[in-house]
Design a binder for this molecule. Sequence first.
Ligand code: SF4
Ligand code: SF4
Length: 404
Amino acid sequence: MKLQEYTVSKHNFEECMKCTICTAYCPVLQVNPLYPGPKQAGPDGERLRLKDPYFFNYALKYCMNCKRCEVACPSGVNVADLIQAARIKYDSSKPKLRDQLLASTDFMGTVARPVAPIVNGVTSMGIAKTAMDALLKIDRQRTFPKYSPRSFERWLKRREKEQAAFPEQVAYFHGCYVNYNYPQLGKDLVKVLNALGVGVKLLEKEKCCGIAMITNGMSEKAAKNARHNVAALRKAAVDGGLKVVTTSSSCTLTIREEYPNLLGVDNADVRDSIVMATRYIFEKLEKGATLKFKADFHKKIAYHVPCHMEKMGWGVFSEKLLRMIPGVEFTLLDSACCGIAGTYGFKKENYAAAQAIGAALFDQICTVNPDVVACDCETCKWQIEMSTGYTVANPISILAEAIE
Ligand code: SF4
Ligand code: SF4
């Protein structure tokens, strides 16, 4: 079956009862008058598009695919899926060079990593930012994530034997961010899981989950990565009987939901084996496993639930884990989008909207004034750190710091 045929009839637009609740929850609609909003771009637009593709509206590109409309919809309409599927099916424009570069995280990571200090230096220089702004339309005010000179995969491969000696094993879908930018998060996960008697394995070979490719008009490439990843996950989960843990809420949502719903890649036999590490650890502790916490650990933590974590309904596991740490003063931040949505907020035409969307969240963080903001998404981390100056850490890293 071709990708385009699959996406036509997949989504439940008929179940929309036109209540308009989704429009109140769409962060883009609040700040960008060019965007038609979830109801019009989703179920209403789908009725028209199915009659005549002429009704496809290029303003659908302003949708960030945050899924907040889906969380809000009382009828369970897959509003964001309808919008993304329409973009995949009807948008025939070729992705710009900028969008290809932003979405090719594996390629960029592979090229940048060996010369990471140079790349990190150049991308933080004002002149380079001005050039990228002028030539590529990547907003010059954006701060770029740093690359690591050593990959997480290499680090873990060197510890294969040591990890295999643990009585229990999990596989880890680390994602591009851990591998190319911040291996420390992967190391923190290994530390926590080892403390629970669990060893960590790499998948046979993972590729970028493809989330940025989907939103940047590269769905065929995303589907190719999805087929590759599902085969690797099948080897670990079905053949090897392992749980697969993750530390990025967006990678997780993509693998579990977007692969079948947007890319037509069947993941039914592996989907339930893929869980966020915070959920996996919480459930282990519930069953009686224990962690030994430092007696002198004290931190004021504000937890931001990323939009994709809200969509999965799993923020509660990170929250409960963080609340479990003795010495933590915990604040759950109001439900809000930070505005970056992966590559969205890097683009010059979206930068102002991204910052306006995140403003309420940034204000609340400043009011709470925490030692650290906890968050399960790397792009939220970039956005919050850049916009507030507060340090953001994955709940797994906070847990790793808190245990003996
Ligand atoms: S919230 Fe759901 S039912 Fe209500 S208008 Fe939006 S899509 Fe339709
Ligand atoms: S996915 Fe987000 S940006 Fe897109 S329509 Fe829904 S709420 Fe709005």
